[in-house]
Design a protein around this ligand. Sequence first.
Ligand SMILES: [Zn+2]
Length: 336
Amino acid sequence: MPFNPLSVTRFAPVSELNSLLDDALLVVDPQAWFAARGRLSANPRSLVRAESLDEAVLQTIEHSPEAWVGVQRVMGLGGGTAIDTAKYLAWRKELPLILIPSALTVDAPFTDSAAVRRAGRIHYTGRVFPEAIYVDAALIQTAPKPLNRGGVGDLLSIHTALYDWKLSHERTGEPYDPRIAQQSAAILERLHAHTADIYAVNETGVRLIAELFCEEVYLCYQAGSSRPEEGSEHHLLYTLEHQTGRTYLHGAAVTLCALLAAYLQGNRPDELRALADACGVEYRAILHEASEQALRNALLTAREYALEEQLPYTFLMETPITLEQAQEALEWVQSK
Ligand SMILES: [Zn+2]
């Protein structure tokens, strides 16, 4: 049976972890630490600030003897960077791991590998399973609402990823499981039914996002790949980040890329945009952050990047996107 992250997810306050802090190395991002501190009565054995997913930075922590004195467990408290840093360190050190997302910005707390950056490109480590994932709604609600709303980006990506998976099956014969695809599409339906809770970031919304992340990750394990949730939209984002040397708020940026991909796939883009808007994803902010030119370049070269990186087959591999198509997609996403 594949591992279901929901089986280790606890919808409980972080204060339950007080007794475990004494022999823990806690990786934090500073804002999350500030928010959680009042809820914890003990200090961790060792405190590490998450700064970057560059492997060189992670290795420096791994090889700092003073950070590991008396440490029996790794905990990660924060957003994507703190979570992935903790996962990386637990994996390298073969120590038990507890994850405490301070906002539901990405599905990283629920996946079984850590993202690391080598020479500006994202790679994934071997498998790492947490003993617990704490989803403390009160803590998560201290994060700015747009951060939590943006988390649905890694669910909205299902819309474009499923298109790519089926296309790949037709073109390359890659195995395709209609039952898993249907269950993955059902995640979008549940999201659709609860957009008001997502927008409000209330307890129901927080719990739903966590449960849907678990479901999505579990479907990926069953499929034996990330096909049920990752396709051209992620590849487009990786291209953009590689070209600009920057990282963007993941959920919002994935949403923007999913919208562009859906438009170019001819895959009900207006429906996806309505869902993203109802959840309050601020994907338009990414349009300002990354210039239009950078986005256009990413659209024009995503195919090359995907081929170079030997990424799974998607609609990007079909025929190169023309300048006119790229322009049209960018105008559509900015319209309204
Ligand atoms: Zn993602």
